[in-house]
Structures are given as structure tokens and as C-alpha cells.
Design a protein around this ligand. Structure first.
Ligand code: ASP
Length: 189
């Protein structure tokens, strides 16, 4: 009879970039905001300190969330379905204007969810010094990776924004000028 030590590998997270302010950078000459290729560890070196396996995919043409469409919800749900067995959690980067609608739709599309799907974004582009995007993204990844007894702690679609974790289908954006942009009747943490 032999013994072996079974060690769970580190949590794996899939980051899906759809567009929105968080992934924008400012053209130094014109001041214009343009989507940039999310080289995350370059923008947020803190991510390298996590004991998390992070993979990312990006929409070929990132969109402002005012152009979000049910067709894109289906695309997102399909990405999660196709990668469900491979990852412990999912983080979706999304423009804040219609994030609540996407979170709500996904919460009904992804039936019997047993892994976290955390949407986040930001009010200021991640390339800007005082961006809220870094905190939002880092904590969203931490929440998606959080486990107890090898099981995910959050098993639903949520929005993480400005130090609050909201239930996805109870949230609305009420402010576009402050970092604290979302409200919900149920704040989870
Ligand atoms: N207009 C942007 C969007 O919703 C605003 C943001 O990202 O917060 O895509």
C-alpha cells in the first residue's frame, strides 16, 4: 500500500476582455482614448505576485458597452461554457454603462453555476495613474480565485466595483462621475 500527497494546483482564472474604459489608453498627443492590447502584467505588475494561473482572451474588436447586444451575451456564455471545466473562475472586463444588464443576463443564462463569474471595469482607464481599474481588477481576480476546501467561495455571477461585491442580477449603475458607481439591494461582501 502506498501513500501520495495530493496537492491541488493553483487556481486558474480566465480573464475575458470585452472592452470599456478599463482597457483604454490615452493618446499622449491628442488626449483621445483608444483600446489597447491588454498586456496585463505590464500594466499591473502586482498580478505576478498572485499564486494564480491567469489566462486571458480579448474580443477581437473591443466594444464600448453601449454597443452590448444579446448576441454578445450568447458569445460570452459560450466562452464560459466551452472553458468551464478548464478554469476555476472567470473575470469579465466590461464597460460600466451596461455591465448590470450583462451580469443579469448571464446570471440567468448560466444555469446551475458552481464557479465564480465576476464582472468588473472602471471609471478611469487602467493606464491612468489614479485609475480605479487596478483595484477593481486585482480584487475581482482574487474573488474569482478564492476557495475553501478546494471549492470556490462565490458560485454566482457578480459585479465587483469600488470595494463592493454585488449580486449580478440586483445591481444598477447610478453614477458615472464617482468611483462608487453601482448600487444593489444585496451587497455580498
Ligand atoms: N462608456 C463606457 C462603457 O460602458 C464606460 C465605462 O467603461 O465605464 O463601455
Amino acid at each position: 500500500m502506498g501513500f501520495f500527497l495530493w496537492q491541488k494546483s493553483k487556481p486558474s482564472i480566465l480573464l475575458i476582455y470585452t472592452g470599456g474604459t478599463i482597457g483604454m489608453m490615452q493618446d499622449v498627443r491628442t488626449g483621445e482614448l483608444k483600446p489597447f492590447n491588454l498586456k496585463l502584467t505590464k500594466q499591473i505588475p502586482e498580478l505576478e505576485k498572485f499564486d494564480i494561473e491567469l489566462s486571458s482572451i480579448s474580443f477581437k474588436h473591443p466594444i464600448d458597452s453601449s454597443n452590448m447586444h444579446p448576441r454578445v451575451w450568447v458569445e460570452l456564455a459560450t466562452i464560459i461554457k466551452d472553458n468551464y471545466a478548464k478554469y476555476d473562475g472567470f473575470v469579465i472586463l466590461h464597460g460600466s454603462d451596461t455591465m448590470s444588464f450583462t451580469a443579469s443576463a448571464l446570471s440567468f443564462m448560466l444555469e446551475n453555476l458552481s464557479k465564480p463569474v465576476i464582472l468588473t471595469g472602471s471609471q478611469l482607464p487602467i493606464g491612468i495613474i489614479r485609475t480605479d481599474g487596478k483595484e477593481n481588477l486585482i480584487t475581482a481576480i482574487e474573488i474569482a480565485a478564492a476557495q475553501k476546501n478546494n471549492k470556490p467561495i462565490v458560485t454566482e455571477v457578480c459585479i465587483y466595483f469600488e470595494y463592493k461585491l454585488h449580486r449580478g442580477n440586483r445591481t444598477y449603475k447610478y453614477n458615472s462621475a464617482h468611483f462608487d458607481a453601482f448600487k444593489s439591494l444585496i451587497i455580498l461582501h
